[in-house]
Design a protein around this ligand. Sequence first.
Ligand code: MG
Length: 174
Amino acid sequence: MLNKRVEDALNAQINAELWSAYLYLSMASYCHAEGKSGIARWFEVQFKEEQDHAQIFYNYIVQRGGRVELKAIDAVPTSWTSLLNAFEETLKHEEKVTSLINNLMATALEEKDFATQSMLKWFIDEQVEEEDNARTIIDSLRAIGDNGYGLYMLDKELAARTYTQASPLANSGF
Ligand code: MG
């Protein structure tokens, strides 16, 4: 049986992951409005990955005999001052998600919930990658500055991002 404190924290994380998905879809639409469909594509893949993250927590709660409780998803920002600003906010957001995952792990440790600790290991590793991805693109955008050709090339590069399911744990069965 799933510990109530752990169950509540996992439910809160479903909401946080869905909020992340919503944020990145909003960023994708901002990029489209800025004429950068390749960068928009990068955020659209990010949107799908965040839905996978929510699905993993959902599946896990169900599998442990817990109760999923879906709460309202808060509104997200709809515009940013620049593409660089959008990626700076992405990094800031992922750093926050990392702290949420760390807090979840701390709760699972306190409650001696070993199965949840094992499941969270994937997210601990994933967050290292998420922060690194955002940082790499921030570095590129800072190097490019206002160079139109540089932005054009970055847009082409990020257009190549393809979606692959985040983890087999995201298999929903529906
Ligand atoms: Mg996530």
